[in-house]
Design a binder for this molecule. Sequence first.
Ligand SMILES: [Zn+2]
Length: 347
Amino acid sequence: MWSCDLCLFVLGSSLVEISGHEEGPTHKKYNPDLIDKDDLDWLDKYRALGWNTEEHKTFVSGPGVYGAPGIMHVPVRGADEPSFNVPYYVLYNNHEDRWWSYAFHDACYDVLLRSVGKLGANPDPMQFDTYVMYHLMHSIETEGEPELEKEEKLESLKNEPWSCVLVLGEEYVTWNPSEKASNLDNLKTVFQSPKFTCTPESRPLTTTTKVSHDPFTALHYDILHLITQQLSTPDIFSLIHASPYIYRMTDNPTFWKHMMGRDIFPWFWEAMKLINGCELPEHFDYKGAYLWMDKVVRPKFGMTGPWMGVANRRRIWKLCVQLADSYHKERDAWARLVYEYGSGSRS
Ligand SMILES: [Zn+2]
């Protein structure tokens, strides 16, 4: 088995072991009722980010085919692929080939490009710098992995090159993270529910009489907006719970659309289309929708239901964002170097 360097899951749908009802022990096989078996082929579409040792530049390979363990064959070369290279790539440090390659599913590469701002609502006009990304991945592998949060530390995603550990309860990682029209349709249906309708009468604030002094009342809304931009999401909720004034000032569609743009839309592309497209019921409860999306589409052990693909995308997004932050720092540092010295060798 080998895995994608972005989502850390297997390259190839044939490696997803699904248990049959008639079989015995199933601790290493997924529950068939929780797998979208018609949409597993995203695991078969992958390629590599490699290093052209002759010309000292990076390239993205053509579509890969899994070969021997740790080897990816490329029957059809990519446009940037060096023609003199052998038609396969080593995907691990074998201590002979210093410049090994990094494999990724096409669907995960799409998430990566969005996380660095290359794709999405306001795409970065600069070309995606594969040189910076390649060397960043190389330094992470040789100098230490980034810290992963709880939902990213999955048993089935322990990146052990020679074994495949599948754990019941983590089936959502097999779900295609790509954007889907069915997700948009499901979301439209959910948001038509009366529970996403809100008026001042339906959500009155009852704590005001218990508060004798609220120091935050001195803050103008514009200042409050600037402050919340600098706070983490848990801190914003602490502030809302601490002050009736801030509760009231933030209880409006503009504030919660801003929160969605910051915390939800980067990975929930269908929600961004629906909410920015204004196809919503009258008196739509933006705050309720934010809380619902944050909770229901959260990757977690044992999750079921229609949002497993988007939850997997959210998990991959969180992994890619860590790369994206470093990518921007490295790219900016390189741009400064070129600006100061005119040019520079990338070898
Ligand atoms: Zn992947």
